[in-house]
Every structure is written in structure tokens, then in C-alpha cells.
Ligand binder design. Structure first.
Ligand SMILES: *Cc1c(COP(=O)(O)O)cnc(C)c1O
Length: 386
């Protein structure tokens, strides 16, 4: 059997895979088993922030792999402490909990918000408000947080304690707050899986004011938008927010599994020993990767993200077959006249890997993709859209 046949036979059918078997990669180039090269505009879904096997990252994680690949969380290790320090210094947040994925980062966020609200406002203050069309993960609780009914249908009963309002619906939030005690509001500044849709700035500002006024925790899911993707270190910075709690994952480890929940001043001491944990969370190898990534995410790198973003917007806006371009930084959605999956298939044929989100083509290139590769890939994409 071919690898594709073995996979189809033995791997659970949770993914609609494209018929491509990838074998190796470097930077923004990736090769399949037949030696065909592709320009990568997906970065493993916003994971390989500095491209595939970036040299500094590779050195950092291999060194750590040889020195100490795993230790339990009963002992101190340098990469975990260093990465937490960097995250707090760069954001003003106070403490970090490490897990292994975006869903786990959000699980921690939800537990922290519930514990804080129960202790501060009483046991009936547990409702977390999220937005329709949001995406917060695949565990049962983060699925319950996700404001898309079609993910819920076959998994009843869901975790109680979540309510959803439409993006922009401040009246809906006020009406809800009049009936129900709200512990937290959780948003993605740009809805990623929901079609790469940035939230309206006035709505975000009104939401933030409302939360501060009512002592409701403001929580931001930066799993996809974080770690330079938006053109700022975290997308909430583009919106001038001061969140109480932030989750992040995907790009943080530069290619290895990691998730982090950043706790602000109010939640600094919400957890005591035994309240939460993870066997692999904060493991030295993923954290060494994170330190390598975060230490190079400086102003010049972020300016490069904004510059590449502008290039893509300029090239695609109004191009034949393109009905609209949305997003922020290097997280871009393209509404195409042709079905998005057809455009992506055409790109693959012509040596470019990109993604879809809802009815859109989604681009999440490496933050440092060389301009000449980006130009080539955008030309292929334009041709596929036309
Ligand atoms: C991908 C994603 C998640 C889930 O992350 P996993 O690592 O797949 O668990 C959660 N929230 C957002 C916004 C995401 O994009």
C-alpha cells in the first residue's frame, strides 16, 4: 500500500487531506516525496513562524534535546522559566501556565476565569461569553466555548456555562449581563477559523470598557493571531487592549507543540499547587524553541510582517476573481469567485501551499518569508483565482 492508502486505512478520518505527501522542508520551501517543491503559505497553520527548520531554532531545540529532553514539572528547568519571563516582560502579564496546545491554553484560561470569578463574585458567577463564528478548540469545553453550532451537534451535552453573542452586539451583551452573572468575555481579535475576520475596532473598544466597568475579565484567544502574526507581538496590541488573560500556542514554539496561558495582575495568584497541571506542559525542548523564536521577534521582524502584509493586500485587492481581502498582518483571507478549495487545489498543482477558512482562501506564510518567494507565490495564487 502507498503511504496515502495506509493513512486512509489506519488514521482516523478527522482531516480532509490534500493528496500531497510532504517529506522535507527548509524556510518557506517544502518538498513532497516526488521531489516537487512548493512555496509554503500555510506554515503548518501559523506554527512555523520563522519557516521550517529555521537554523537558530534548530540549534536551540537540538542542544536542549541532547542536554535534557524532558523533566517533570516537579523540578525547575531553565527554558521554561526563561520563556515565561520573556512572555511577561514583553506583555506586562504576570504569570504563565504552559500546556501543549491551543485547546489546553484555553482550558487553562477558562479554569482560571472560573476560579477567579467564583472566589470574587460567588459560585453563580461562571458564565463565559464568546462570539458567534469564533473558534477556541476541540476539547469538549473549548468546543462549548466555540460559537459555531455545527461543531456542537453530535457532542451533546456540552460543558455548561457558555453564552454567545454576535460580534458587534453590545446590546446583546448588556441584555445578557442584566440576567446572568458574567465571569469573562473571550474574543479572538481576528476570527481565524471563522474566515479571517477582524473584529470591529469600535466594538472591541466598547467591549473592553464594558468589561472594566463591570469587573468582567477580558480574555483574548491569541492562539492563531499571536506571536508576531498580526504585525504586533500579540493582536490585542493592535487594538490597544489590556486583557486580563491571554491564551496562545501555534507559533510560539516555532514548530513544536506548546500552549501558554498568560495571567494578568488580577489573576496573578489565582492558581495554587494542585489547581492545574500538565505532564508535558513547559517541557524544556518546546520552551527552548519558544525562547529562540520570541528573542528574535523584534521591531524589525514585525515591520517586515506589516510590509509583507501590505504587499499581499495590494496585489490581491481587486484582482480578477478576488471579491475581497480580509485579515491583519500575515493572517489573510481571500474571498474568491471560485470555490476556495478549488483555488487551493490549483495552487498546489502549481507549487504553492495555502489553506482555507470557511469560504475563503487563507494565507498564513512564515513571518520572514523571502520577498522573492512571496512574489512568486502570489503570482501563482492570482492566476488560480482568475
Ligand atoms: C487553532 C486554534 C485553537 C486550537 O488550538 P489547538 O492547538 O489545535 O488545540 C484555539 N483557538 C484558536 C483561535 C485557534 O486558531
Amino acid at each position: 500500500m502507498s503511504i496515502q492508502q495506509i493513512d486512509n486505512t489506519y488514521v482516523a478520518h478527522t482531516y480532509a487531506r490534500f493528496p500531497v505527501e510532504l517529506q522535507s522542508g527548509k524556510g518557506s520551501l517544502v518538498w513532497d516525496v516526488n521531489g516537487k517543491a512548493y512555496i509554503d503559505l500555510g506554515s503548518g497553520i501559523a506554527v512555523n513562524g520563522f519557516g521550517i527548520s529555521d537554523d537558530d531554532w534548530l540549534n536551540a531545540v537540538t542542544e536542549q534535546l541532547h542536554r535534557l529532553p524532558h523533566a517533570s514539572n516537579l523540578y525547575y528547568t531553565e527554558p521554561c522559566a526563561k520563556l515565561a519571563e520573556m512572555l511577561c516582560t514583553r506583555t506586562g502579564m504576570k504569570k504563565v501556565f504552559f500546556g501543549n496546545s491551543g485547546a489546553e491554553a484555553n482550558e487553562c484560561l477558562i479554569k482560571a476565569a472560573r476560579k477567579y470569578a467564583a472566589e470574587k463574585h460567588g459560585p453563580d458567577c461562571y458564565t463565559i461569553v464568546t462570539l458567534t463564528n469564533s473558534f477556541h478548540g476541540r476539547t469538549l469545553t473549548t468546543l462549548s466555548a466555540t460559537g459555531q453550532d455545527h461543531y456542537h451537534e453530535l457532542y451533546q451535552p456540552l460543558t455548561p456555562g457558555f453564552a454567545h453573542i454576535a460580534p458587534g452586539d453590545m446590546d446583546g451583551l448588556r441584555a445578557l449581563a442584566a440576567q446572568t452573572k458574567i465571569a469573562a468575555v473571550l474574543i479572538e481579535c481576528v476570527q481565524g477559523e471563522g474566515g479571517v475576520v477582524p473584529l470591529d475596532r469600535d466594538f472591541v473598544a466598547a467591549l473592553s470598557d464594558f468589561c472594566h466597568e463591570k469587573d468582567i475579565l477580558l480574555a483574548v484567544d491569541e492562539v492563531q493571531t499571536g506571536n508576531g502574526r498580526s504585525g504586533q507581538l500579540y493582536a490585542y496590541m493592535c487594538f490597544g487592549l489590556k486583557p486580563d488573560i491571554v491564551s496562545t500556542a501555534k507559533g510560539l514554539g516555532g514548530g513544536l507543540p506548546i500552549g501558554a496561558c498568560l495571567l494578568g495582575e488580577k489573576l496573578r495568584d489565582v492558581f495554587a499547587p494542585g489547581d492545574h497541571g500538565s505532564t508535558f506542559g513547559g517541557n524544556p525542548v518546546s520552551c527552548a524553541g519558544g525562547v529562540s523564536i520570541l528573542s528574535r521577534m523584534d521591531d524589525a521582524l514585525l515591520a517586515g510582517v506589516r510590509e509583507r502584509s501590505k504587499y499581499i493586500f495590494d496585489q490581491l485587492t481587486g484582482a480578477p476573481g478576488v471579491e475581497g481581502v480580509s485579515g491583519l498582518g500575515l493572517m489573510i483571507g481571500i474571498k474568491t469567485t471560485k470555490p476556495a478549495r478549488e483555488v487551493v487545489a490549483k495552487c498546489i498543482e502549481n507549487g504553492v501551499l495555502c489553506l482555507t477558512a470557511k469560504d475563503r482562501v487563507r494565507l498564513l506564510p512564515a513571518l520572514n518569508i523571502p520577498m522573492e518567494l512571496l512574489e512568486k507565490a502570489v503570482a501563482v495564487l492570482k492566476e488560480a483565482c482568475a
